[in-house]
Design a binder for this molecule. Structure first.
Ligand code: GDP
Ligand code: MG
Length: 441
């Protein structure tokens, strides 16, 4: 999605006259991209209509930064679509809240229950987990294992087959134990769908949850709207968590889930591990959706993981936009050495998501190390120049020989450099926001 939308906006910026025809072309392109990203057709059409209402062609004709006006309009519209207008119930520390999780089997409920509990526990809450999934064999074991790892109290049964009974018992027990976040995990599959929704209704009626969270796999595609709506019709869903955003997820489903449940997305899941869980933030999400990179998240991440004394230097380099091979070398070093810096760069479109694809870290590390060995054979002049014309054939041969690698690999490394330099150059002139100062565009 990101790619095609930014391409559409790019084309737009290249056009010298922006008239209705260009606007329509741009919108059509964005429409196609959003549909490909599993945003429901009706939502896309609504957006298109709204943009046309908002963007005034005369303003465009007169305005200086036409691209910015349209970009801002699309951005705002997508943000609005993700904001149902009312915040979800927020539990209060020290006061018992019951949170029920619903969603189809495999959507990531059990994992997300633990993440949610763990997230709050770290902030000083007293969470507890109740396994009301009596349908799936091994459901209780899975929850037990997760809970034990995170040192969170849990409740469930191998014998009892009535999910309502277990849910009620668990909630009662943890209320007595003064837990302030009692999380009820439920089943996601039944022989008959109607039976599942009936079960959800009964568990909800018996435990009176303060909040029902609908958990959705980000990769379910166009099914998102109907699925979310089906749950909303049987229990009163008040918030959404979108999981598996680390995969090839197309964020579009989140828009559908919000539209169908009229509830906000509160967290996203970004991996299988307990701490791969992030508070959902509309603007960075939309920035990412539009392929603009996640600026505010990016800056926060820099403030969070880059040592204070190194921040000015890194930001200075970023804003100069002059990406030399030496800078690439340094960033590779950081990625290998410090880990978290890799996370910083993964927030930029095309940066280390491709450099360090999840699950293939070992392989990628080896590749990065090989590249660094090749750069070790470069002269200072080569490292400090951003001019690739310097790299003629004889230089490449010399580098290859020096590193004991084939010339083909030197060329590949230079290709990679070109790709990264392009991304880096987008940061040129970047106004560096101070901590907490958000700038999404
Ligand atoms: P449930 O059936 O809804 O309870 O789903 P589970 O919690 O059992 O999760 C199903 C699978 O999805 C498991 O293999 C999880 O490890 C995996 N999973 C859950 N959340 C995420 C996520 O955010 N990212 C990734 N990559 N995998 C996830
Ligand atoms: Mg489960």
């Amino acid at each position: 999605l990101g790619g095609s939308i930014s391409r559409a906006l790019q084309q737009m910026s290249n056009a010298t006259i922006i008239d209705e025809k260009v606007l329509n072309e741009c919108l059509n392109e964005i429409t196609r991209a959003l549909l490909q990203s599993d945003v429901q057709f009706k939502l896309v059409r609504d957006m298109q209509t709204n943009i046309k209402k908002i963007v005034n062609l005369d303003d465009l004709a007169a305005g200086h930064n036409k691209r910015k006006i349209i970009q801002q309009a699309v951005f705002n519209e997508l943000c609005k679509m993700l904001d149902p207008g009312k915040p979800s119930f927020t539990p209060k520390k020290g006061k018992a809240s019951v949170i029920m999780f619903v969603g189809l089997q495999g959507s990531g409920k059990t994992t997300t229950c633990t993440k949610y509990a763990y997230y709050h526990q770290k902030k000083g809450w007293k969470p507890a987990l109740v396994c009301a999934d009596t349908f799936r064999a091994g459901a209780f074991d899975q929850l037990k294992q997760n809970a034990t790892k995170a040192k969170i109290p849990f409740y469930g049964s191998y014998m009892e087959s009535d999910p309502v009974k277990i849910a009620v018992e668990g909630v009662e027990r943890f209320k007595k134990e003064n837990c302030d976040l009692i999380i009820v995990d439920t089943s996601g599959r039944h022989k008959q769908e109607a039976a599942l929704f009936e079960e959800m209704r009964q568990v909800s009626e018996a435990t009176k949850p303060d909040l029902v969270i609908f958990v959705m796999d980000s990769s379910i595609g166009q099914a998102a709207f109907d699925q979310a709506q089906a749950f909303k019709q049987s229990v009163s869903v008040g918030a959404v968590i979108v999981t598996k955003m680390d995969g090839h997820a197309k964020g579009g489903g989140a828009l559908s889930a919000v539209a169908a449940t009229k509830s906000p997305v509160i967290f996203i899941g970004t991996g299988e591990h307990m701490d791969e869980f992030e508070v959902f933030d509309v603007k960075p999400f939309v920035s990412r959706l539009l392929g603009m990179g996640d600026w505010s998240g990016f800056m926060d991440k820099i403030h969070e993981v880059v040592p204070m004394d190194q921040q000015p230097e890194l930001l200075q380099k970023l804003s100069e936009g002059n990406f030399t091979l030496r800078i690439m070398y340094e960033q590779f070093q950081n990625i290998l050495k410090m880990g978290p810096i890799g996370q910083v760069f993964s927030m930029l479109p095309g940066f280390s998501a491709e450099l360090m694809p999840k699950g293939r870290e070992k392989e990628s590390q080896a590749k990065i190390k090989r590249s660094m060995t090749m750069m070790d054979s470069m002269t200072n002049e080569e490292l400090d120049s951003s001019n690739l014309k310097l790299m003629n054939e004889s230089r490449m041969m010399r580098i290859a020989r020096g590193a004991g690698r084939p010339v083909r690999e030197v060329m590949e490394m230079l290709e990679e450099y070109k790709r990264l330099a392009k991304i880096w150059s987008k940061m040129k002139g970047l106004k560096i926001p101070k901590k907490g100062e958000m700038s999404a565009l």
